[in-house]
Design a protein around this ligand. Structure first.
Ligand code: GLA
Length: 357
């Protein structure tokens, strides 16, 4: 019997504590989930390519495993993320040999939204309706100089303009009237990206679309700028939105003195790799410290933040181990979560619990 207090229980007066999970987490991380979390997100299982791999063919089996687990826990899910430029079948953008006309794309979004809402509505409390639709000129961007100043040049955008975002929100509002509707994005504290994100949200609001919240992903590849984080929460909340922290994790890059995410071959990458392959106790402690400081900020905005979700449960399963390195390279172990590879809580978890006593 572990005498440790539950993180989720300790934070009941602040916000929910969530984790993104895949089916293996439900066995491998079962005990941690049961003890410390009270919100779940499907890491991939509610995305388009898994729920509608071919037009009109719906497959909900993997998501249902997570939904059933959540039901047993007595909790609901943050549903993530139907309309997104990634993990969506190519069929969405085609009409036979030709690019799909936008009306067809809207019909497809409507049919998909109806199907997933009918299937999942009882189990979810909010939807990330649209994910990552703003222009990104920082990481691996294809937007280029001639791209739109606000929106990402995705297939959706190329075929529909920004209207697909509005259509997605209207469809979800129609089929899921009781769930909260969120827009979700990354690099959300970067001032230029934030400006574009605010423009996207305002545009939806001006068009009369229901949008209840903004999901701040909070993937860290460089040390958090706590002042910019506070400013960002205030700006997004100032739009009249609830805030969820939706994908929090801290890469080893965040403790390697880099000011932004670098890719293989770029200055600083080789040094980061050397450090990350043999992490010192100090570096690991820095990650734990960052969590403590981030949670102190989140707590101070508990009046607008309703949920803080980490993108994973414990360090033995994390997407970051293989992210941003060449596919032929061995994975580079990251330590980005609140629980370590042995499933032990990091020091920050105890401190975070003490901080709300
Ligand atoms: C993005 C998406 C998530 C997930 C992560 C990486 O942030 O929103 O669904 O794919 O990348 O795992």
């Amino acid at each position: 019997m572990n005498p440790m207090r539950s993180l989720a229980k300790a934070y009941e007066s602040c916000f929910k504590i969530g984790a993104a999970v895949s089916p293996p987490d439900l066995t491998i991380h079962r005990d941690i989930l049961l003890q410390h979390f009270n919100s779940l997100t499907c890491e991939n299982q509610m995305k388009y390519e898994l729920t509608e791999p071919e037009e009109g063919v719906f497959t909900f089996g993997d998501a249902d495993l997570i939904v059933d687990f959540a039901k047993k826990m007595g909790i609901k899910l943050r549903a993530h993320a139907p309309v997104w430029h990634n993990q969506t079948g190519a069929w969405m953008y085609r009409d036979g040999d030709r690019p799909a006309p936008k009306e067809l794309i809207y019909e497809r979004i409507d049919a998909h939204t109806k199907a997933i809402a009918e299937h999942f509505n009882d189990a979810v409390y909010c939807w990330d309706v649209v994910n990552e639709a703003t222009r990104d000129d920082r990481i691996g961007s294809k937007d280029g100089e001639d791209g739109d100043p606000v929106y990402r040049t995705s297939e959706y955008f190329k075929l529909c303009g920004a209207e697909f975002i509005e259509k997605a929100f209207r469809a979800m509002d129609k089929y899921s009237p009781n769930a909260q509707l969120f827009y979700n994005d990354y690099n959300e504290c970067d001032p230029a990206k934030r400006e574009r994100t605010v423009a996207l949200i305002r545009n939806l609001q001006e068009k009369g679309c229901r949008i209840d919240g903004f999901g701040m992903q909070q993937h860290y590849f460089s040390a958090p700028d706590y002042d910019e984080l506070k400013r960002s929460i205030e700006i997004y909340a100032g739009l009249g939105l609830r805030i969820h922290i939706t994908e929090l994790d801290i890469s080893m890059m965040a403790v390697s003195n880099l000011s932004h995410r670098v890719k293989p071959g770029e200055p600083g990458f080789a040094e980061y790799l050397r450090e990350a392959m043999n992490p010192t106790p100090e570096k690991l402690a820095q990650i734990s410290d960052m969590y403590e400081k981030l949670f102190a900020v989140y707590r101070s905005y508990r009046d607008v933040i309703d949920c803080v979700t980490t993108w994973g449960v414990a360090d033995d399963i994390t997407w970051l181990d293989t992210f941003g390195i060449h596919p032929d390279m061995p994975k580079v172990k990251q330590h980005p979560l609140l629980f370590d590879e042995q499933h032990q809580p990091k020091p920050c978890v105890y401190q975070m619990i003490d901080a709300v006593k």
